[in-house]
Structures are given as structure tokens and as C-alpha cells.
Design a protein around this ligand. Structure first.
Ligand code: AMP
Length: 431
């Protein structure tokens, strides 16, 4: 029997995994520089959390959840998104709730039973940030600015920010009724999905991508014409702030996004080179969600970036290379020296004696090979130097594999380690 990676998922192998780690590290650095701190929530939550927050009538809840009963019959769901779990964690933590506002982020896999296609997976990764407890348009501006900064830090600068407002409790219901009335007169011209949306969640029709629905969408009432004064002012202030920050944006009156909890500002960031699945991520304000999940009224805003898409859009094509070359390969000169070689390798990395030292990449043989085949392995791996163990009467012999000549012998392990670390510094400078 042959096992395969489950449909809609994939393995992230080296060297791709190294690019992923780089992008994650860059994102964490930027998030930290804006004062955001990480929250790690479980991969699964009670099913109810998502039904209540994302919304019963959304595609995510209707057909994309990975839901199962545990042994005690509790209904659990693999998280399809990160905001609801983070809000749940926020509500359970008195410490977080005291922060006013709380600046938090998460990074990890999400799960949706979607039809797999390019850039769309059943397990995918998101980096998300949430700013809880801030009502002012400046909060919206900080969020979008942070989003763009993360993209810039990973080398993606040609992006477009699409911005819309969905109104609030005062104006959205009125708008929703207008939309329902408008489409109600033309149900026969809508696709099957949209006819269903008309019953359950008419605003989602505006986001339909099916070509036959497009002519009707053109004439639909515009949300921006239906905003109440407070929402209109907020929307204008967000745009002014973003322009002041030098962020290019485009007002997108039909942008609605796939989750029910958004109020007022919604946005998406698109990258030119992504094709059909070109949204790198998006987000919006959710002024009622914290209250709906049992907390106090806490106006908030957040975003999530799709890591998979980010990796697709950034950087040079990856070299097909193997593992990075070791600084040192420790060769056991006799069969009994294998374990000593491991111990010397560990000492030479220099991780255990000084926290400040950047470890050297040091490898040793674990297959009890002959000296000549260890030398071949070291050379094939591109090792810069070989150290021989055990030492003889004069100390450790070192061979420079790049120059093809022997280096000075080192009398003991301490001097060998210092010497190798010092050499690495000069080699790095020379490059
Ligand atoms: P959403 O949570 O639906 O607002 O999605 C935010 C971002 O996550 C999207 O713009 C995508 O970049 C990414 N994303 C969402 N669903 C998937 C998926 N099935 N596969 C890969 N990326 C996804």
C-alpha cells in the first residue's frame, strides 16, 4: 500500500521550507516592530465558536468545515480562520483584556474543505493581526499600514489595496433589504449559488464571480450610497489617513468578503502576479464580534495574510540546491572514534558555552564509514574544513577543503573552536 499526501494538502520541503521560515521571521519582525504580540491558539475549537462568528450562512460554515466529534461526543472543528479563536482567547485572559487596545497576532495552519486549485488548499497558512478595543479610523489605518509593511519586508511592493465599507447596525440592514429587493426582481438571471444567497445572505451576491451574474451586479445598489453619516465619516477618515501614510488604494464598492462578522471597513490586498487567486489577504473591522461571543462591546479590526500566496508571489525562483554547506565536517579517523566525532562536532558548533555565539554548521558521520568515504561525503557536501578525531600528540589536524591544503594544527578543543569561529568571521567579511 502506498500512502499519499491527503487531497488539497502538500508537503513543504526544503528548500521551500527555508523560504517559508524566512517569510515567517520577517513577518514576526515587522509585527513586533508595530508592538504586536503572538497568541497561539489550539488547532481545533468547539464548532459553535465558528458557527456563531463566521456565520451560519457563509460558504465556510455551510460546506467547508472539518468537523468531528471527540470521544465524549463534543463537536470540534479544525479552525478555518484565526480571528474567532483569538477573540475567544482574549475573552478568557484577564491580562489581555486589560491592554487597551490589545495588539495581537497569530501565525499557523487553517483548514477549509475547498475545491483544490492553484493557490487554494485544504490546509493553508495564515499570518493575522488583530487590534482589539480601538474605534478610531487611525486603528484601521495602522492595520492596513502594517499589512503593507509585512508585504514590503518580504519583497512584495507592487500591491493594490481595495477598500470598502459595509456599514454598521444602523445602515447595513437597510442596505441588505435594498439589495434583496433589487435581486428579487431578477432571480431567474442569477446563478444557483446566488439564488441561495438571496435567501440566506444577499450581500454575498455582490461578490459572485460567475460571468452570467455580472451584468446584474453592475446595476446593484451601491453600499457607499447607503451608509449612515457616522459610517460615511469613518470611511472618509480611513481614506485620508491611508493617503497621508502614502498607501495607494482603490475604493471597491462591491467588496464584501466571506465572513459575516465584518462591520464598516473591509479591505483586500491584491498582488499583480497572482492570477485568478490574486488576493494575498484581507481583513476588516468587527465592532460587534467580541460582544457576540459573550464579551463587552469592543470595536476591533484585523487582517489575515495567506502565507501560501505570499510565498508564491515573492522572491527569485528557488535554487534547486541541496542542504547548505557545513562549515566543518568532523572525520573519525578510526571506527572507535565515531562517538568522539559527535562530541567534538557538538563542542565546535559553540552552542553550549556561550549564548551569544552564532553556531557553526558542523556535521559528522553517523554511518561508520571509512575515512576515505567520509572525506568524499565532506567534499560533496561542500564542507569548508575537515577536522580529524581523535587528535594525535600535536593536537587536532585541520584541512582546508577549499584551498586543498592543511591548516595549522590546534593543540586542544578550546583553541580549535575559537580558531574556527574566528575564521568564519573573516570568511564572512571577505565575501
Ligand atoms: P479569508 O480568511 O478568507 O479572508 O482569507 C484570507 C487570505 O487567506 C486569502 O486572501 C488567501 O490569501 C488565504 N486563503 C484563504 N483560503 C485559502 C485556501 N483555501 N488556500 C490558500 N490560501 C487561502
Amino acid at each position: 500500500m502506498k500512502f499519499q499526501v491527503p487531497r488539497g494538502t502538500r508537503d513543504i520541503l526544503p528548500p521551500d521550507s527555508e523560504r517559508w521560515a524566512f517569510i515567517e521571521a520577517q513577518a514576526r519582525t515587522i509585527l513586533g516592530s508595530y508592538g504586536y504580540r503572538e497568541v497561539r491558539t489550539p488547532i481545533f475549537e468547539s464548532t459553535d465558536l465558528f458557527v456563531r462568528s463566521v456565520g451560519v450562512s457563509t460558504d465556510i460554515v455551510r460546506k467547508e468545515l472539518y468537523t468531528f466529534d471527540d470521544r465524549k461526543g463534543r463537536s470540534l472543528t479544525l479552525r478555518p480562520e484565526g480571528t474567532a479563536p483569538l477573540v475567544r482567547a482574549y475573552l478568557e485572559s484577564a491580562g489581555l483584556r486589560q491592554e487597551n487596545p490589545a495588539r495581537l497576532y497569530y501565525l499557523g495552519p487553517m483548514f477549509r474543505y475547498e475545491r483544490p486549485q492553484a493557490g487554494r488548499y485544504r490546509q493553508f497558512w495564515q499570518i493575522g493581526a488583530e487590534l482589539l478595543g480601538a474605534q478610531d479610523p487611525a486603528a484601521d489605518a495602522e492595520m492596513i499600514d502594517l499589512f503593507v509593511s509585512i508585504l514590503r519586508a518580504v519583497g512584495l511592493s507592487s500591491v493594490k489595496v481595495l477598500l470598502n465599507s459595509l456599514g454598521d447596525d444602523a445602515c447595513r440592514p437597510v442596505y441588505r433589504d435594498r439589495v434583496r429587493d433589487y435581486f428579487g426582481g431578477h432571480l431567474d438571471q442569477l446563478c444557483g449559488d446566488c439564488r441561495e444567497r438571496w435567501e440566506t445572505n444577499p450581500l454575498r451576491i455582490l461578490d459572485c464571480k460567475v460571468p452570467s451574474c455580472q451584468p446584474l451586479l453592475e446595476g446593484a445598489p451601491r453600499v457607499l450610497d447607503a451608509l449612515c453619516d457616522a459610517c460615511r465619516d469613518h470611511f472618509a477618515a480611513v481614506q485620508t489617513a491611508l493617503r497621508a501614510l502614502g498607501i495607494e488604494l482603490e475604493v471597491a464598492p462591491r467588496l464584501v468578503r466571506g465572513l459575516d462578522y465584518y462591520t464598516r471597513t473591509v479591505f483586500e490586498v491584491h498582488a499583480a502576479n497572482l492570477g485568478a487567486q490574486n488576493a494575498v489577504g484581507g481583513g476588516g473591522r468587527y465592532d460587534q464580534l467580541v460582544r457576540e461571543l459573550g464579551g463587552p462591546q469592543t470595536p476591533s479590526i484585523g487582517f489575515s495574510i495567506g502565507m501560501d500566496r505570499l510565498v508564491m508571489t515573492t522572491g527569485e525562483p528557488l535554487p534547486a540546491g541541496g542542504p547548505p554547506a557545513p562549515d566543518v565536517y568532523v572525520v573519525a579517523r578510526e571506527p572507535g572514534a565515531t562517538i568522539e566525532a559527535l562530541a567534538v562536532a557538538r563542542a565546535l558548533r559553540g552552542v553550549d558555552d556561550s549564548g551569544a555565539r552564532v553556531p557553526l554548521r558542523v556535521m559528522a558521520d553517523v554511518q561508520a564509514r571509512s575515512v576515505s568515504s567520509q572525506m568524499k561525503v565532506a567534499s560533496r557536501a561542500g564542507a569548508k574544513r575537515v577536522v580529524f578525531v581523535p587528535p594525535d600528540g600535536d593536537g587536532y589536524a585541520v584541512r582546508d577543503m577549499i584551498e586543498g591544503k592543511d591548516d595549522m594544527k590546534q593543540p586542544d578543543l578550546d583553541s580549535l573552536r575559537s580558531w574556527l569561529h574566528a575564521r568564519r568571521a573573516t570568511t564572512a567579511e571577505a565575501r
